[in-house]
Design a protein around this ligand. Sequence first.
Ligand code: IPM
Ligand code: MN
Length: 354
Amino acid sequence: MSRTYNIAVIPGDGTGPEVIAEGVKVLNAISGKAGFKLNLNYFDFGGERYLKTGETLPDGAIDELGKYDAMYLGAIGHPDVKPGILEKGILLRLRFELDQYINLRPVKLYPGVECPLRDKGPEHIDFVVVRENTEGLYAGAGGVLKKGTPDEVAVQESINTRKGVERCIRFAFEYCRKRGKMNKLTLCGKTNVLTFAFDLWERTFYEVAKEYPDIKPDYAHVDAITMWFVKNPEWFDVIVTDNMFGDIITDLGAMIQGGMGIAAGGNINPHGVSMFEPIGGSAPKYKGKNMINPLAAICAGGLMLEHLGEIKSGREIEDAVKLVTAKHIKSLAAGQMGLTTSEVGDLVAKYVTE
Ligand code: IPM
Ligand code: MN
């Protein structure tokens, strides 16, 4: 067999393993048909391992993961572990140390999916957020003084480098051109208040824009964009923004596309190994109940195949998901699908092989 891909699978915590199992079911179904092979290697990083060993990522893990063609992640987050430890120790470390500097998050309403916006349908909601993924407020710059006293001082700074901003903006212009939908790229910022950081973003954006005369550069403040997502989502094609704003607006994006049950994303290093994940959390209360929606994980698997160059198979997964949302699934919410987690996976796997 000519095309073989080595995939590092991190099912993670909570419902992560259940949704990843359905994603793997679909990936295996389509690989047989399309004639490529996936070698899956599983890693047990997550809350359970941390509680047993005190270790988030073991020594050498980053180097080892860096050798794979892609990574497929379920969810990280455990109710018995203090917030921040697993997020910073696993998820953010992987993003940073593997230099996955783009977080690519499509926001697309599929047919049959209930949208909380009155009068909006699949023809109105189809855009992609390119979120910077290694800098900004997430870089961890800052510190605390006199902790726990009335004089406590906490500083958390946003780091924006010309290099980091420019490579993200360039990726977004290229992506927008390749997508070929509206040829419009919107910078989402806050130039009226964050006059250092977003001045750098804005100058870089319009400089790079000169190299892309076929793409219309556009700008929106982050507060206004949350309003437009609700009022006029059809205005957007590709949006580029910093790490924190990207985090916030993509949760809103997930809601207008029907919920966390369908929202998928990719942490991309265009020159290294990229990691694909459903963007919702580990949903511990649904763990082991066969109730959680696996479509986001399945869609993340589709994004991974597209990234690996298996474009046709990636699209076929999306088409199969559309059939399931249009014909079978009652609601995207856990426990209200009218189907179990594994039944949803079975249906997508059936459609991709038909
Ligand atoms: C996301 C998540 C993460 C983030 C958390 C879990 C650290 O919310 O992928 O959007 O803030 O990036
Ligand atoms: Mn988030």
